[in-house]
Ligand binder design. Structure first.
Ligand SMILES: [Zn+2]
Length: 378
């Protein structure tokens, strides 16, 4: 069943990607370049020449000076407007990112969007001490690792350091405190306080529980993308992945053998189970790798392996994984990919026979139809 033939030209991915990337770059380069050029031209054009304008003129000539500099002032004002209007790349990114955002309850909106505060000693995570990672409730990006959490007895979860680059600080409108927001989506998190001496970092991120979503470690992810040898091969060597196993999933047939699954009648798919530490690698990272190592547009199998047991699917556990998988697929569809990958609910897992486990590591061979092609920026 596992043919050693090449996948040939079944990869429409790189073509689509180039179209998308080129389009994106064209937008950025055109708008950014022309915007800057317009600004420079408009600002520089009317700048007074010291040989033609005498700035040390006596007061009686004030009116003339105003009239001479009026065009300059107008030009500067217009150029500022054109600069502000000429920044579509950020807007484009924002529109894409909005698709990732989780719908919020009224209370979540009050805190996250309207910068409210939950009642002290009322949040889910104030005394929470499991090992794992805290994500932004709205966009799902990692914000704080559990090993940065400490008990400040202030009534809200406290952290002394954020995941690098995950949190932005702004002066609070009250003029005294410093607000912290998710760097990815701008969700209000709470405030940061310095110099209180709680930990060596001398910093306390005071965060509303309702702005967070916790993912425990270790976590498990399941991916089906054709021959499970190749899928496991790519995840096995990833930093943050603790262990991998190949098996069968999605059918009603209990404890199937490889030969039974190969008939295509058991309902099972060849799949890989990935146990990982979400503190070190996110589910989003795993999803992105999954979509980069197989042809998720193929509807009848994977490469030369044709049949229902080789279909592309993500078996999700819980709302968080479902939302993340949907967000990544939506991102791909926005880039005009026809995604054949199904998002399926978690199902019983049956480990494959030993000789299938770590197949490429044991044999020293290379995957014949799972070659990574980069399609995500990160
Ligand atoms: Zn966020």
């Amino acid at each position: 069943m596992h043919s050693q033939s090449s996948k040939g030209s079944r990869w429409p991915l790189s073509l689509h990607l180039e179209e998308f990337e080129l389009g994106g770059k064209a937008i950025q380069q055109n708008s950014g370049h022309s915007g800057n050029r317009n600004c420079q031209v408009q600002v520089r054009g009317p700048v007074p020449n010291k040989h033609t304008q005498d700035w040390s003129d006596a007061p009686p000539r004030f009116y003339d000076r105003v009239m001479k500099t009026l065009p300059l002032m107008l030009a500067i004002a217009l150029s500022v407007v054109s600069c502000q209007a000429a920044e579509p790349p950020a807007q484009v990114n924002k529109q894409v990112n909005h698709m990732d955002w989780k719908p919020l309850t009224p209370e979540e909106r009050r805190v996250i969007e309207q910068k409210g505060t939950e009642r002290p000693f009322s949040g889910t995570y104030e005394h929470h001490s499991e090992h794992g990672i805290y994500l932004c409730k709205r966009c799902g990006h990692a914000l704080y690792r559990s090993d940065s959490k400490f008990d400040s007895r202030c009534g809200w979860p406290s952290f002394d350091v954020e995941v690098p680059g995950a949190v932005l600080r702004h002066p609070d409108p009250d003029g005294e405190r410093t607000e912290i927001v998710c760097a990815h989506c701008g969700a209000h998190l709470g405030h940061v306080f310095l110099g209180e001496g709680f930990t060596e970092r001398n910093t306390r991120h005071c965060v509303n529980s309702i702005s967070l979503e916790f993912v425990p470690s270790p976590e498990t992810a399941y991916f089906a993308g054709g021959c499970f040898w190749g899928v496991e091969h790519h995840f096995h060597k990833l930093p943050g992945v603790l262990s991998t196993e190949v098996g069968y999933m999605g059918g009603d047939f209990p404890h199937p053998t490889y030969e039974q699954v190969c008939t295509g009648t058991t309902g099972h798919l060849e799949a890989a189970r990935i146990i990982y530490d979400p503190v070190l690698i996110t589910y989003r990272d795993l999803l992105q790798l999954f979509f980069e190592i197989h042809d998720f547009t193929q509807t009848d199998g994977q490469g030369p392996d044709i049949g229902p047991q080789y279909l592309s699917a993500v078996f999700v556990q819980g709302d968080y994984q479902r939302r993340e998988a949907a967000a990544v697929i939506a991102q791909l569809e926005k880039c005009h990919y026809r995604v054949a990958t199904a998002i399926r609910s978690h199902a019983p897992w049956y480990a494959a026979e030993n000789y299938h486990q770590d197949y490429y590591a044991k044999t020293g061979k290379q995957p014949y139809c799972h070659i990574r092609k980069k399609i995500f920026d990160k």
